[in-house]
Design a protein around this ligand. Structure first.
Ligand code: G3H
Ligand code: 13P
Ligand code: ZN
Length: 320
């Protein structure tokens, strides 16, 4: 099956009230684990590649790995640039055949973010590529004590519903990554682990009221940091202390409120690391990479099966 665009995937996901998992890939084992899991669960899939992944693996290797996975599977797969930080990088990926790119100019002031995003949208749409943009800062509650000295921001860091409407109208972007207390990595919260779901609801409503319809929103930083993986890593010589992710219950609410694309990277890293550590701890003389990467790949696969089946609820929707 040829690569799919996220436009098609989102339209079906919004109708069916499920979310598509966007999983980061850097190497062969991750590509295999994710694609095999989604194939077995009959789940539509977004494979995403960051600038760092391109630097690590080389864009040609990643492209060929994905081509191989696509040729061996039947499910719809979109290939997406994660956190593209410039027009030039987005253009490069569009020219290489990515079906979706993210331009993340959220580090710029509003007007500059609009200008850069618009430029990417114009180029992408001419080449049948879909664009995700971002408004607000993914600082997370841990780094943002809010205006009243605790909890969520009243303004500033997080996505403002009215600004979101203005931004989407001015840029023509196809989906929007929102900042609602989410952040990247394994250390997302100090106290309460929760997203500002009221803000998410308000953003969705503002877009709907402005005539933009059931507009696709994207949740970055959606790893849950499962305790069993942290425990496994620590049991076999790791040191992960005070790591906290987004509760699966919050992801489920976000999905029902219209977060159509849910980004997961950290949980894959935890699963792969746990698998490698266990083998090397139990068999310190092991030197065959297949003997530790194989079990680690199996752990990633199990994790992805759980996500698509029980959290994103996209299992069984590959052929909607
Ligand atoms: O958003 C960040 C993703 O987890 C990708 O991370 O830039 O280290 O590849 P990376
Ligand atoms: P996590 O770090 O929570 O996995 O988020 C990944 C992400 O947002 C990639 O863009
Ligand atoms: Zn992200």
């Amino acid at each position: 099956m040829p690569l799919t665009t996220t436009r098609e995937l989102f339209a079906k996901a919004l109708k069916g009230k499920y979310a598509i998992g966007a999983f980061n890939v850097n190497n062969m084992e991750l590509v295999q684990a994710i694609v095999e899991a989604c194939e077995e669960e009959k789940a539509p899939l977004i494979l995403q590649i960051s600038k760092g992944a391109r630097q690590y693996a080389n864009p040609v290797y990643l492209k060929k790995l994905i081509e191989a996975a696509v040729s061996l599977s039947n499910i719809p797969i979109a290939v997406h640039l994660d956190h593209g930080d410039s027009f030039e990088l987005c253009k490069q990926c569009i020219d290489e055949g990515f079906t979706s790119v993210m331009i993340d100019a959220s580090y710029e002031p509003f007007d500059k973010n609009v200008e850069i995003t618009r430029r990417v949208v114009e180029y992408a749409h001419k080449h049948n590529c879909v664009v995700e943009a971002e408004l607000g800062h993914l600082v997370g509650v841990q780094f943002d004590e809010g205006e009243e000295g605790g909890g969520f921001s009243k303004s500033g860091h997080y996505t403002d519903p009215d600004e979101a409407v203005k931004f989407v109208k001015l840029t023509g972007c196809d989906s929007l990554a929102v900042a609602i207390g989410n952040s990247h990595g394994a250390y997302k919260f100090k106290g309460d682990q929760r997203l500002d779901l009221e803000r998410l609801k308000a953003i969705k409503k503002a877009l709907m009221d402005a005539g933009l319809g059931d507009y696709p929103l994207v949740l970055h930083g959606a790893s849950s940091v499962p305790q069993y993986l942290v425990d496994e890593i620590n049991k076999y010589g790791g040191k992960i202390v005070d790591a906290r992710g987004v509760p699966e219950a919050d992801i489920e609410v976000a999905r029902r409120l219209g977060c159509t694309k849910v980004n997961i990277d950290t949980d894959l890293r935890l699963a792969l690391t746990a698998g490698i550590r266990k083998v090397l701890w139990e068999k310190p003389s092991e030197i065959d990479p297949r003997k530790y990467l194989g079990p680690a790949r199996a752990m990633v696969k199990e994790l992805v099966r759980h996500k698509v089946r029980n959290v994103l609820c996209c299992a069984g929707h590959a052929f909607d």
